[in-house]
Design a protein around this ligand. Structure first.
Ligand code: PLP
Length: 455
C-alpha cells in the first residue's frame, strides 16, 4: 500500500456497524455490505484500490462508465480548472459556453440527423426526458392521444418513474407500480445454451418474430395511441443480451411506417463500448432519439442527455409561442453542469485522440475468445454473450436462491482482486478500453477458476 495513503479497513470502521448505519446504499444488500464491507478508496488506471491498498482490476469499468481508466490527468485537470473558474452556473435562462461546445462535440459523434442535445444529470433523467419529449412532440403536432410507450422485457432505463415503467426488469418495478402506460416487447435473449459470439445471426429461429411482435402491439393499441418505442440496442443490465442481425432495423422500419418514435437508450453502449461512437453506428440503425450518460464524462462527473433529430427540436420551436416562452418546461438544476461539461469535453477529446474506439475493436475479439472459453468451466454456466468490450454469463439458479451463484462469483472475484458485477442470474464484464491483453487474460482466468469453485 506504499504508493497510496489510504485508510485501512480498520480505520474505515470507527464504531463498526454504527458508523455505517446512516448511509442507505443504492442497489446494495445493505445488511450484507455493512456486515462485510468492500471498500473502494482510490483508483488508478484499470484498478480500483481497496482500503488495504490492494489493487483490484476494474472488470466493469466502474458501472460501465470509466473505459478510459481512472485518474486520467487530462480529465482531472479540466475538472480542477473548471471548478476553480465557474463551479456552477444557473441552468435556466442563462448559459455558459462549455455546454454549447459539448453539445457540438457530441453531435459530431452522432449518426447524421441527430443534432440537438438536451442535457440531464444522469441516465435515468435522460430516460424520463426522452419519454416526456416524445409525448410533448406528438401533442405539439396535434396528436395528443399518442401517449403510450413500448419497452422491452428485461430492458433497463434507469430508476425514475418513466424509466421503470418502460423498463422490463420486474424486480425494479414491483415495489413501485407502473407510473406510465407501457407495454413490453419480448426480450431478445436467445435460448439458453446458444453461446452466440457477438451478434446472433438473423436466421436464428428465435429471431424471426421478435421485432414483428411490435406489429401485434400496434394492432392491439393502434398507432394513434403510441408515442415511442424505447430499447437499449443491446441490454446491458440484463446481462449483455444482443439482438439478432436485422432486429433493430425491423423495429426502425415498423416505427417509421406507423409514425412512432424510436428511442435508443445508449447509456451503456454510447461513447466507445461497442468500438464505435454509438451502437446506432455499430448496428447501422438510426433512432429518432438517442440517450447517453456514463462514458460521456468517463464517469468522472454525473452527466447524461438526449439527442434528437432537428425536426423534433424544430417542432417545439415552432409551437413555442412568443420567443421568451419556454418551449419545453423541463430541466434539472444540474442540467449541463459546467464541471460535468468540462469533464465531458476532456473525455471526448481523449476518446478521440487515444484511439480508444480502435483499441476496443482490436481487443474485442481477444475478449470474445477468452470469455467464450469459459463455457466448460462449470456446469452452472448456461449461456455466454458478448459485444464489443461487454459480456454476460448466465448461471443456472440454485433452487430457492436464484441470485446466489452470481453473488458468490462476484464476491469470490473481489477476494481474488477482480471486480465484476452480478445482476439477476448473470455475471457481467465490461473491462476498460485501456485494458491490456494480459489483463483480459487474468480477468477471464480468475473467472474460470471461480466458476470451477462453484458447487
Ligand atoms: N439506461 C441504461 C441503458 C443504463 O444502463 C442505465 C444505468 O446503468 C441507466 C439508463 C440509468 O443511468 P443512471 O444510473 O445514470 O441514472
Amino acid at each position: 500500500r506504499a504508493a497510496f495513503a489510504v485508510p485501512t479497513s480498520a480505520e474505515l470502521r470507527p464504531g463498526g456497524a454504527d458508523w455505517m448505519a446512516a448511509h442507505w446504499m443504492p442497489f446494495t444488500g445493505n445488511r450484507q455490505f455493512k456486515a462485510d464491507p468492500r471498500w473502494v478508496v482510490a483508483a488508478d488506471g484499470a484498478y480500483l484500490i481497496d482500503a488495504d491498498g490492494r489493487r483490484v482490476f476494474d472488470g466493469l469499468s466502474g458501472l460501465w462508465c470509466t473505459g478510459l481508466g481512472h485518474g486520467r490527468r487530462e480529465i482531472v485537470q479540466a475538472v480542477q480548472r473548471q471548478v476553480a473558474t465557474l463551479d456552477y452556473a444557473p441552468a435556466f435562462q442563462f448559459g455558459h459556453p462549455l455546454s454549447f461546445e459539448l453539445a457540438n462535440r457530441i453531435v459530431e459523434r452522432m449518426p447524421a440527423g441527430l443534432n440537438r442535445v438536451f442535457f440531464t444529470g444522469s441516465g435515468s433523467e435522460a430516460a424520463d426526458t426522452a419519454l416526456k419529449i416524445a409525448r410533448a412532440y406528438w401533442r405539439a403536432r396535434g396528436q395528443a392521444s399518442k401517449t403510450r410507450f413500448i419497452g422491452r422485457v428485461k430492458g433497463y432505463h434507469g430508476v425514475n418513474f418513466g424509466g421503470i415503467s418502460v423498463g422490463g426488469i420486474v424486480g425494479n418495478r414491483k415495489l413501485f407500480g407502473q407510473a406510465v402506460e407501457a407495454d413490453h416487447l419480448p426480450h431478445t435473449q436467445p435460448p439458453a445454451g446458444s453461446f452466440y459470439r457477438g451478434q446472433p445471426p438473423a436466421d436464428a429461429p428465435y429471431a424471426q418474430t421478435l421485432a414483428e411482435q411490435l406489429l401485434d402491439l400496434i394492432a392491439l393499441h393502434d398507432a394513434s395511441t403510441i408515442a415511442a418505442v424505447i430499447v437499449e440496442p443491446f441490454s446491458g443490465s440484463a446481462g449483455v443480451v444482443v439482438p439478432p442481425v436485422g432486429y433493430l432495423q425491423r423495429l426502425r422500419d415498423i416505427c417509421t411506417q406507423h409514425d412512432i418514435l424510436l428511442i435508443f437508450d445508449e447509456v451503456i453502449t454510447g461513447f466507445g463500448r461497442c468500438g464505435a461512437w454509438t451502437a446506432a453506428e455499430a448496428f447501422g440503425v438510426v433512432p429518432d432519439v438517442l440517450n447517453f450518460a456514463k462514458q460521456v464524462t468517463n464517469g468522472v462527473q454525473p452527466l447524461g442527455g438526449v439527442v434528437v433529430r432537428q425536426d423534433i427540436y424544430d417542432t417545439f420551436m415552432a409551437a413555442g409561442g412568443p420567443e421568451y416562452a419556454l418551449e419545453l418546461p423541463h430541466g434539472y438544476t444540474y442540467s449541463a453542469h459546467p464541471v460535468a461539461c468540462a469533464a465531458g469535453l476532456a473525455a471526448l477529446h481523449l476518446l478521440q485522440h487515444d484511439e480508444a474506439l480502435a483499441r476496443v475493436r482490436a481487443l474485442a475479439p481477444v475478449f470474445e475468445a477468452k470469455v467464450h472459453a469459459l463455457r466448460g468451466a462449470s456446469p452452472h454456466v448456461t449461456d455466454i454473450r458478448n459485444y464489443g468490450l461487454a459480456a454476460g454469463l448466465t448461471l443456472a439458479p440454485v433452487p430457492g436462491e436464484p441470485l446466489k451463484r452470481p453473488f458468490e462469483v462476484a464476491m469470490r472475484m473481489w477476494a481474488k482482486g477482480f471486480y465484476v458485477r452480478y445482476g439477476g442470474d448473470t455475471v457481467q464484464l465490461a473491462p476498460p478500453f485501456i485494458s491490456t491483453e494480459a489483463q483480459i487474460d487474468d480477468l477471464c482466468d480468475a473467472l474460470g477458476q471461480t466458476l470451477r469453485e462453484l458447487t
